[in-house]
Design a protein around this ligand. Structure first.
Ligand code: ZN
Length: 380
C-alpha cells in the first residue's frame, strides 16, 4: 500500500477572512473537520458563501483536488434544488405547508420543500443578501424533526446540512437539535451560521467548533461591491456598510429614499416641526410596514439616523465623517449647536426604538412618530 495522497483543498476568501479559512482548510487536510461547525460574524459578510464552499469541499470525492466542481458530490452541493442540504428558517405558515411526501407527486401545490428551495435559490443568487427571509421566520421543532427524519436512512456518502441564521432556532427546536448534535450520524456535517454565538443555547454552542469571520476591509469591500454591481461604491454606502457587502448592497438600493428622510427627521425634530416629519415618515414607510422588506428597511433607516447623529459628534471633534455626503447637508446651526448630551440622548432613543420594532413590541409607524417627537426633548 502506497502512502495516502494528500488532498488539496481550495476555499476562496478575502484577505481579512484568511485566518479563519486557513484553519478550516487545515482541518479538512488533516481529516479532522468538526461535524458541527458554527460560523459567527456580522450580517452580510459572507458566512453563507463560506459555508457553501465548505459543503462542496466536504461532499466532493475527487482524489486530489477538492472541490473539483465536476463530481456528483460537487454537483449536489451546487444544486439549489437539493433542499436536504439546508435547514432554512420559515414562517409558521410556511412550515405548516404540506411536505413533498404528503402530497401526490403530480400535484403542483406549494410544499415546504418548494418554499425552502425558493429561499436556497435566493441564497445562490446573492449569498450576501441580508433580507432574504420572510419576516418572522424561525426554525421550529417541526423543521428539526424533519431534518432528523432524513438521517434515518443508512447511507455512506458524506452529507452536509447548512443551517443559516441559526439564532432563529426557538427553544424547543434548539433542545431537539441538541439531541441530534449529541449523536451526529457518521459522515454527516452541520454548518451553522449566526450573527452572534451568544444568541444560541450554551449547550449547542459547546457542541460546535466555532470560528469567527471578520468583516471586510474597506479596500476589499470596494472591490467586492464593484464585482457585484459593476459600479463604484459611494462614500456614504462605504461608511455605512461597516465592512459588510450585504449591508452595502441593501443600503445602496435605499440610499436615495432613506437619507433625505433621515436628514429631515433630525432637522424637523430639532426645530419642532413635528407635523412635517410625521407626514413624511408616513409617506415613506406606510406601505411597507407589514412585509419583511419594510421592517428591515425601517431598521436600516434607524441605523442611518444613528450614523448621522454620530457624525455630528465627529464633526464637532474634527474626526472624519462616516457618511460625509449626507451628514454635511445638515444645517450649520445643528452641526454647531447640538450639544453632546442631546446627541447621546437621541442615540439612546434611536436604539430603543430599533429594539422595540425588531422585537415587534410596537408598530413601526407609531414607534417612528413617537421617536420624531421625543428625539431631542429634554434640556438643550
Ligand atoms: Zn467534486
Amino acid at each position: 500500500m502506497g502512502k495516502k495522497l494528500m488532498i488539496a483543498y481550495d476555499i476562496q476568501s478575502s484577505d481579512s477572512q484568511k485566518t479563519s479559512t486557513q484553519k478550516l482548510i487545515a482541518a479538512l487536510c488533516e481529516e479532522r473537520f468538526p461535524q458541527a461547525l458554527l460560523i459567527d460574524g456580522p450580517k452580510g459578510i459572507g458566512k453563507k458563501k463560506l459555508a457553501m464552499q465548505i459543503m462542496q469541499a466536504l461532499m466532493c470525492t475527487h482524489p486530489e483536488k477538492r472541490p473539483c466542481g465536476n463530481c456528483f458530490g460537487c454537483k449536489l452541493a451546487l444544486t439549489p434544488g437539493a433542499s436536504e442540504n439546508w435547514l432554512i428558517p420559515l414562517t409558521t405558515e410556511e412550515t405548516n405547508k404540506k411536505t413533498a411526501i404528503e402530497i401526490s407527486s403530480k400535484s403542483k401545490a406549494e410544499t415546504r420543500e418548494s418554499i425552502t428551495v425558493s429561499y436556497i435559490e435566493k441564497i445562490f443568487q446573492n449569498p450576501y443578501d441580508i433580507n432574504y427571509l420572510a419576516s418572522g421566520a424561525i426554525i421550529n421543532v417541526e423543521l428539526i424533526r424533519s431534518l432528523n427524519a432524513r438521517f434515518s436512512l443508512k447511507e455512506n456518502a458524506v452529507r452536509c446540512v447548512i443551517i443559516p441564521e441559526a439564532e432563529k432556532m426557538n427553544i424547543q427546536a434548539a433542545n431537539a437539535f441538541l439531541k441530534t448534535l449529541e449523536e451526529v450520524p457518521k459522515n454527516t456535517y452541520f454548518i451553522l451560521t449566526t450573527i452572534s454565538r451568544d444568541l444560541l443555547l450554551a449547550t449547542i454552542r459547546s457542541r460546535c467548533s466555532a470560528i469567527r469571520l471578520e468583516h471586510l476591509e474597506n479596500d476589499e469591500l470596494k472591490k467586492e461591491f464593484f464585482n457585484a454591481t459593476q459600479k463604484e461604491i459611494s462614500p456614504d454606502v462605504l461608511g455605512f456598510a461597516l465592512g459588510s457587502l450585504g449591508r452595502a448592497l441593501f443600503f445602496d438600493e435605499l440610499e436615495e429614499t432613506l437619507t433625505p428622510v433621515a436628514l429631515n427627521m433630525i432637522t424637523d425634530s430639532f426645530q419642532k416641526n413635528f407635523s412635517n416629519i410625521i407626514l413624511k415618515l408616513q409617506d415613506t414607510f406606510l406601505k411597507s410596514q407589514k412585509d419583511s422588506a419594510g421592517l428591515e428597511t425601517i431598521l436600516i433607516f434607524l441605523d442611518v439616523l444613528n450614523f448621522i447623529l454620530t457624525d455630528i459628534t465627529r464633526y464637532q471633534t474634527g474626526v472624519n465623517l462616516r457618511m460625509p455626503i449626507v451628514s454635511s447637508k445638515l444645517p450649520k446651526e445643528i452641526l454647531e449647536q447640538m450639544t453632546p448630551p442631546l446627541i447621546q440622548n437621541a442615540l439612546l432613543k434611536v436604539q430603543d426604538t430599533a429594539k422595540k420594532i425588531a422585537d415587534k413590541i410596537t408598530s413601526p409607524q407609531i414607534a417612528l412618530a413617537a421617536l420624531a417627537i421625543r428625539l431631542f426633548d429634554g434640556e438643550r
